[in-house]
Every structure is written in structure tokens, then in C-alpha cells.
Design a protein around this ligand. Structure first.
Ligand code: NDP
Length: 332
């Protein structure tokens, strides 16, 4: 079995040399454990933080040990009554061909609903992040004008479409290329801009039009775009702080947002969140998302990289914005 290890900690942008592919024997199965052949694994922006030797909301990856993260696979051997061969399960031991873990640490999914990769994206952690962040954390109500950054990415593209499905007044997105902007309009966003085209505040004001503000900002990127959103928020607007990818590879502290104090007069709510704290919404979310996907109300895109050996490349490409929708690695 092969696994990808962290060979060294990146400083700033990660490089291929920070990763190493290692062959290892598959461990013996203990009582209550299952052997899973991974079919696909997720690469996610939060993994960048775990490559630093710094305490955060999730523990740092250990050096010279396999990385981990979301994966979906097929049970090929079981020493648990709860799982049998052929079950398709989601679990946390990605970055390897085979995973041995307690059956209780796996979640069984119905492979007739969608291809395996969907359980890492729209029907998985990504989808729940979008749903919980929008509906609970940002307290979305129908009629709200919504802005989402990182809008062509996995979480962002779902946020915009879910907002539309729930009756948003207007949905605006930002992304990093003209192709992505066109893609967002195709997904039903009312307007979109390429944040490379100028100062974010100017671009956001440009697509909103004079005098129009936003009620909800779903923040995937932080920095300049957070500052721009604060500038155009309506009174009592809500901001869900989901991610700050603009700073993940930075070696200096961010300078924006510089206008945080205006949140006082506007009586804004800025609320950070972690999807793990909103698992109670998983059932409600799964039912709604299955309906939206079946009806074609929500579309999800994937950017697929094949082969475990290419997983570090997929991660680097994700940080660079090469993905539209969810970046996944298939393990043929
Ligand atoms: P995405 O699919 O959105 O991929 C990351 C995207 O970020 C890239 O495609 C790129 O698109 C964009 N990006 C990269 N650098 C910058 C930059 N400097 N400024 C603006 N955009 C940039 O990833 P996810 O959907 O998985 O995650 C989106 C965000 O949500 C991340 O910040 C992540 O950390 C966060 N997250 C938080 C969770 C939580 O529980 N709080 C759970 C899951 C995700 P582009 O071409 O547009 O630049």
C-alpha cells in the first residue's frame, strides 16, 4: 500500500519536495476494524494550516507520517458486525491506498445516490459547510442579497446556488478568472467579478450598482474581499467567516480588513464557524441537497486528478485556483 507523507514543513507556498510517496505493508486488522480500499480522497485548503507546526483548530500533521483527510472507499475486509465487504464508507484516512480503522470511525453512504466523489463534495463536508454557514451562521432569510467569495470553488459554488434555491434576493460571487466568472453566471449567480481585475471594493460596488448593499457575506478568502464586503454591508448584515485562503500561504500578517470599526455603526454580525460543530444539520442538509441535485436546482462541479502519486500536485493546484468546484483525487 502507498501513502503520502509530509517530508518537510512548507514556508509560504508548499513545494512538491514537502511531500513523499512511501510503500508500506497494510497493517493487520484488529477487532472492530475494517480495511478500506480508498476510491477517492479530498484535498482541502485547511490542510495547509495543518502543515505548519502551529496549534490551530485541528492538530498539525506529523513529519514523516502519512497525511490524513476526507476519503471515500470500499470495505474489502471487516472484523466488525457493523460493516461488511462491499460497503462504501466515508472516513478520515485519505492520502493512502488502503486504510485500516475502527468501523465506528466510518460513515456508510449509499453509492446508488451519486458517484463516490460526491460524498466528499456536495453530499459531504463541503456541502454541509455551505448549508450550515449560510442558513445558520449567517442566518440567511429569503430576500437577502448575498455575496460569496471563492465562489467558483467547492463551498462557494454551493453557497450561491443554495442561496438562490432558498429565495435570495440577489447573489453575487467573486472568483479568480474570466472563465470562472462566466461559469458563475451559468450556475445562476446574478453577477460575478474577477478579483484580479482591480481593488475588490471597486469591483464589488461595480456589480452591485450605486446604493445597493448586501445582507449576507459568506467569506472564503478574508483580506481585501472581507474589507470590501464590510464596506457594502447593509445595516444588521451578517458575515459567516468560513475561510481566509488569501492568507494561508502568506508569510506576513494580513493588513485588511482595515474598516472593521464600521461594523459597529452598521451593527453587523461577524461569526466564525467550523463545520464540525454543525453536524446536527447533516440529516436536514442531506435530504435537501438530494432533492436539489435530483431537480437540477443545484449543480456540482468537480476537478478530478487521478492517482495517489498526484495528490500533492492536486493540493498545490487547489491553492493556486486550478479547480472549478471540488478538487478530488481518484485512486484507480
Ligand atoms: P475551493 O474549492 O474554494 O478552493 C480554493 C479556492 O480558493 C481556489 O480554487 C482559488 O480560486 C481560491 N483562492 C486561492 N487563493 C486565493 C486568494 N488569494 N484570494 C481569493 N481566492 C483565492 O476550496 P473549498 O471550497 O474547499 O474551501 C473554501 C474555503 O472554505 C477555504 O477558505 C476553506 O479553508 C474554507 N472551509 C472552511 C470550513 C469550515 O468548517 N470553516 C470547511 C471547509 C472549507 P480562485 O481561482 O477564485 O482564486
Amino acid at each position: 500500500s502507498r501513502e503520502i507523507q509530509l517530508a518537510s514543513r512548507p514556508h509560504g507556498w508548499p513545494v512538491p519536495e514537502n511531500f513523499r510517496l512511501v510503500e508500506k505493508p497494510v497493517p493487520e486488522l484488529g477487532d472492530g476494524q475494517v480495511l478500506v480500499r480508498n476510491l477517492a480522497m479530498s484535498v482541502d485548503p485547511y490542510m495547509r494550516g495543518r502543515m505548519n507546526d502551529a496549534r490551530s483548530y485541528s492538530a498539525p500533521f506529523a513529519l514523516d507520517a502519512a497525511l490524513d483527510g476526507g476519503a471515500v472507499g470500499e470495505v474489502v475486509a471487516s472484523r466488525s458486525d457493523g460493516r461488511k465487504e462491499g460497503d462504501v464508507v466515508v472516513h478520515g484516512l485519505g492520502w493512502r491506498d488502503y486504510a485500516v480503522l475502527p468501523a465506528t470511525a466510518t460513515r456508510k453512504v449509499d453509492p446508488s445516490l451519486a458517484p463516490p466523489t460526491a460524498f466528499l463534495g456536495a453530499l459531504g463536508m463541503t456541502g454541509l459547510t455551505a448549508y450550515a454557514g449560510l442558513t445558520r451562521v449567517a442566518a440567511f432569510t429569503p430576500g437577502d442579497a448575498v455575496f460569496v467569495s471563492g465562489a467558483a470553488g467547492a463551498v462557494g459554488s454551493l453557497v450561491g446556488q443554495i442561496a438562490k434555491a432558498l429565495g435570495a434576493g440577489r447573489v453575487v460571487g467573486s472568483a479568480g478568472s474570466p472563465e470562472k466568472v462566466a461559469h458563475l453566471l451559468g450556475l445562476g449567480f446574478d453577477a460575478a467579478f474577477n478579483y484580479h481585475d482591480g481593488p475588490a471594493k471597486q469591483l464589488l460596488r461595480g456589480v452591485l450598482g450605486e446604493g445597493s448593499g448586501i445582507d449576507v457575506y459568506f467569506d472564503n478568502v478574508g483580506g481585501e474581499q472581507l474589507e470590501a464586503a464590510i464596506a457594502v454591508m447593509n445595516p444588521f448584515g451578517r458575515i459567516a467567516l468560513c475561510g481566509a485562503i488569501s492568507a494561508y500561504n502568506s508569510t506576513e500578517a494580513p493588513t485588511a480588513p482595515r474598516n472593521l470599526a464600521t461594523a459597529i455603526g452598521k451593527q453587523l454580525t461577524l461569526r466564525g464557524f467550523l463545520v464540525g460543530s454543525h453536524q446536527d444539520l447533516a440529516g436536514e442538509f442531506a435530504a435537501k441537497m438530494a432533492g436539489w441535485l435530483a431537480a437540477g436546482t443545484v449543480r456540482f462541479d468537480e476537478t478530478v486528478v487521478a492517482g495517489l502519486e498526484n495528490a500533492p500536485h492536486a493540493f498545490l493546484e487547489l491553492m493556486r485556483g486550478a479547480n472549478t468546484g471540488k478538487m478530488v483525487v481518484t485512486l484507480p
